[in-house]
Write a protein that binds this ligand. Sequence first.
Ligand SMILES: [Zn+2]
Length: 173
Amino acid sequence: MSNIDKALNANRTYAKKHDRKLGAHPTPKIAVVTCMDPRLSDLPGILGLPHTDLDVIRTGGPAVTEDVLGELVVSTRVLGTTEIMLLNHTGCGFTTFTDEELNAKLIALTGDASPAPMRFFSYKEPEQNTREQMKKVRSHPWIAKEVPVRGFIFDVESGLITEVQPISQDAAA
Ligand SMILES: [Zn+2]
């Protein structure tokens, strides 16, 4: 049996105990942008908050793409979150290749060079990546100035989160 089929069976048991109040309109408090890496999946545990408080947006890296910016606009303007947390991590798979390398590898693997090169948003250094993300989100005119945009790195070995300071306006000038 595949893992997805096992999950479907387990869901029938889950649904018997499902909290039906969760069917109501969600009221998340924080938008969290984090990596697709499964080590970031226990966000209620990592952050000590109920999952209903967290509006989680996940991409590889994470990458703050145009889609992610759109989701942050909806999260803050429609769903009502009041803080934005950009959660990077150590040991990210997206630091282990460059976009050029992975595109070349996929062409070699499949023998098919017809797709346009993919943008994987690979990066090298989580602190720098976090600072660039903060700048990108903060500078979007549809993200309200009152909404804090803070960046962090989760250490996958210690379990601790460290805040990354943004580049100050003076330093960036
Ligand atoms: Zn990652």
